[in-house]
Ligand binder design. Structure first.
Ligand SMILES: [Zn+2]
Length: 369
């Protein structure tokens, strides 16, 4: 009987005290990862990685994948598989990732065996203890909102009311700024506060200067076909569809018309292409995630036609060293949409939708216990 009790006691304390200590390189308090057993195997909740390494965790349910971003690398877990990838490398944890009560659990030997391989110069494993660099704080602290066009460049002009894109984008941007600053601990800057001309390059330069964590460019679309309507969100990359190319040409035309014709165009094309391409490549996944959040909320709030999340090569997004997106909040060329777009009430609805999208995106980076 005594032996039996002792056994129970050992098992209970074994489960309760199971932790892996994380010690950091700098002078900050150690953290711990809590461990629990499923069968004979020790596991930890994936969100512990957010707690101790400030990892950004993005479950991709459709793909049965779990993306974990930490120390500037992306680690991808496959649900119910023991394989995990980081960059081009594939590792085998022996035991699979499991889903229990809608929480993801990773086998503990990932910490012991795989992490030191993914970060060979940074993470060291010793018995029940990990030595790691001080985690990078990924929280969003600064956002730059870019009201499209302005000054001598009116942007698209409505067919029926002759309203200007530049006025609507500024109104939406100001409302969005107010809502974010009222509800979140985030500093917001606009690339222009008034009806003035700002070159495309100046817009991202400004965002880099204030070390923005997100760049959100707001526009209104136009189409030769007056029946076309709806909302869409873009992130930077080579345009994929004819429609995306048409919008891209429309927004990029500002360089030709207002920044000095072909000479100015050449300047943008000479822009160290590989460098800017890489700058955005690094943020591709985040720009995509932000776009999806924004688009879902835009469609829900405006009840507008869902034209989807798209990729295109916008000059204004090039050269931004942060996740960057461009929103087309409706068609000024469509009579019904123009009628709505000029109303402050509708502009407010769009701003609220964009706020919701940004809020969802920001929350996923913060602690998620
Ligand atoms: Zn525009």
């Amino acid at each position: 009987m005594k032996k039996f009790l002792l056994c129970i006691l050992l098992i209970v304390t074994g489960i309760l005290s199971a932790t892996v200590i994380i010690e950091y390189d700098g002078d900050i308090e150690p953290e711990k990862i809590n461990v629990r057993k499923f069968g004979d195997v020790e596991y930890f909740n994936v969100y512990e990685l957010n707690k101790v390494f400030r990892a950004i965790i993005t479950p991709d349910l459709l793909d049965s994948r779990l993306r974990v971003n930490m120390y500037e690398k992306e680690i991808v877990f496959l649900l119910e598989s023991s394989y995990v990838t980081a960059g081009r490398e594939v590792f085998n944890m022996t035991f699979p990732v499991i889903l229990n009560e809608s929480k993801y659990y990773i086998p503990v030997n990932f910490l012991q065996e795989i992490l030191p391989l993914i970060y060979p110069d940074q993470i060291i494993y010793m018995i029940d203890k990990i030595q790691a660099p001080i985690p990078v704080d990924n929280r969003i602290k600064t956002i730059v909102i870019d009201p499209g066009h302005g000054g001598k460049d009116p942007g698209a002009i409505g067919y029926s009311q002759k309203s200007y894109e530049k006025d609507i984008t500024l109104a939406i941007a100001q409302k969005l700024r107010d809502t974010i600053e009222k509800n979140m601990q985030i500093k917001v800057y606009l690339t222009r506060e008034s009806d003035r001309f700002v070159s495309l390059r100046e817009r991202t330069e400004f965002a880099n200067e204030v070390k923005a964590d997100l760049f959100v460019s707001i526009h209104i679309n136009a189409h030769n076909n007056k029946d076309v309507s709806g909302v869409e969100v873009y992130f930077l990359s080579t345009a994929r569809t004819d429609d995306a190319r048409a919008t891209e040409a429309l927004e990029n035309a500002v360089v030709y018309h207002y920044e000095g014709g072909t000479e100015a165009l050449a300047k943008y094309n000479d822009l160290d292409f590989i460098l800017t391409d890489m700058a955005q490549n690094e943020y591709l996944q985040e720009s995509h995630d932000l776009s999806v959040n924004l688009q879902n909320n835009l469609v829900e709030v405006t009840e507008s036609n869902n034209r989807g999340v798209k990729q295109a090569d916008f000059y204004v997004l090039r050269g931004a060293f942060m996740p960057a997106v461009l929103i087309e909040s409706g068609f000024i060329s469509n009579k019904n949409e123009e009628k709505k777009l000029v109303k402050p009430r509708y502009q407010e609805e769009i701003a609220n939708a964009l706020f919701q999208g940004i809020d969802n995106f920001v929350r996923r980076i913060e602690l998620m216990h």
